[in-house]
Design a protein around this ligand. Structure first.
Ligand code: PEP
Ligand code: MG
Length: 310
């Protein structure tokens, strides 16, 4: 059954005019791979590696990590697998990377900041990824969370290359990175936009707090504008710019994101079918028109209506 599923034909994501839009899955464990493939994932756009170690009190060994990463890469043989290095902190604290005495953990040593302060943990993870890559045949891409500027991009790319990792990117989750898109893309191979955090940080509104939930909406025109800036920077640099936040799973928004210059979308596998169907009904020109209308809205609700032509 598994072999049959892995070999089943997958319709690659595309717009009505044939413009390709790679449709990928967000995953947290190798056990999720089979379901993602069954639902037509063309690969993995976000492997949240910190999910593997949420209960670990001490850093995982290189060998423990290699086993998990190789299992994921093996499941996606011949396909793209974007692995995110540990995103520790805020909503996903790891005992071996975070102190629990930060007053504002979402604004503290999170993601690449925590890894840089604990470089041995980052080096072990990069070694494990290189070892897993050598033992398997997927197309491994590696990216870091919470990159805030071009200097951090350069740091992460340089250290990743030391381990022979070939395709290295930055997540765009902090608004500052959208303001420096071309400098960032000059230094790395791709950008992946995490709209959950990009929205949280653009609006200074805790993504887990119900009282400010009205801001945590990726249809907010300010967020769309940042996505558009990154899309333009990607087109100018001729490098891919994807989205791997929840926004990608909303079919109407997915079309707008493509209209803003996004070239791949990664989401919970369950959303792939609806997004694939919606994209098939829109041309690139229409997607751009929807995006342009959404950008003129005053808030998220109006952006949704404007994009729909209402
Ligand atoms: C995001 O912030 O949009 C993202 C994809 O990362 P996470 O949700 O894991 O923080
Ligand atoms: Mg994030």
């Amino acid at each position: 059954k598994r072999a049959e599923v892995a070999n089943a034909p997958i319709t690659p994501g595309a717009l009505a005019d044939g413009t390709p839009v790679q449709l990928l899955a967000n995953v947290g464990r190798p056990e999720e791979a089979a379901a993602a493939l069954e639902l037509g994932a063309e690969g993995v756009g976000l492997f949240r590696t910190e999910f593997l170690f949420l209960d670990s009190k001490t850093p995982p060994t290189v060998e423990q990590q290699t086993e998990q990463y190789a299992a994921m890469l093996r499941a996606f043989e011949g396909k793209k697998v974007v692995v995110r290095v540990l995103d520790a902190g805020a909503d996903k604290p790891l005992a071996f990377l975070n102190d629990d005495d930060e007053e504002n953990p979402a604004l503290g040593l999170r993601g690449i900041r925590a890894l840089r302060a604990n470089e041995k943990v980052l080096r072990d993870q990069l070694q494990a990824l290189a070892d897993a890559d050598a033992a398997t045949d997927a197309d491994l891409w590696v990216m870091a969370p919470m990159i805030a500027n071009a200097e951090e991009t350069e740091y992460f790319v340089t250290i990743s290359r030391e381990y022979g990792l070939k395709t290295v990117g930055a997540m765009a989750e902090v608004p500052s990175i959208a303001l420096q898109g071309s400098q960032v893309l000059e230094r790395c191979d791709f950008v992946s936009i995490g709209t959950n955090d990009l929205t949280q940080y653009t609006f200074a509104a805790d993504r887990l707090l119900g009282t400010v939930a009205q801001f945590q909406d990726p249809w907010q025109p300010a967020v769309l504008r940042l996505v558009g800036m990154l899309g333009d920077a990607g087109a100018a640099a001729d490098k891919p710019v994807g989205v791997c936040g929840e926004a990608a799973a909303d079919p109407a928004l997915a079309a707008v994101l493509v209209g803003l210059g996004v070239t791949s979308l990664s989401m919970s596998a369950a959303a792939l079918g609806d997004v694939r169907a919606e994209l098939k009904s829109v041309t690139l020109e229409e997607a751009r028109e929807r995006a342009a209308r959404a950008l003129t809205a005053v808030d998220a609700a109006e952006a949704r209506r404007f994009a729909a032509g209402a």
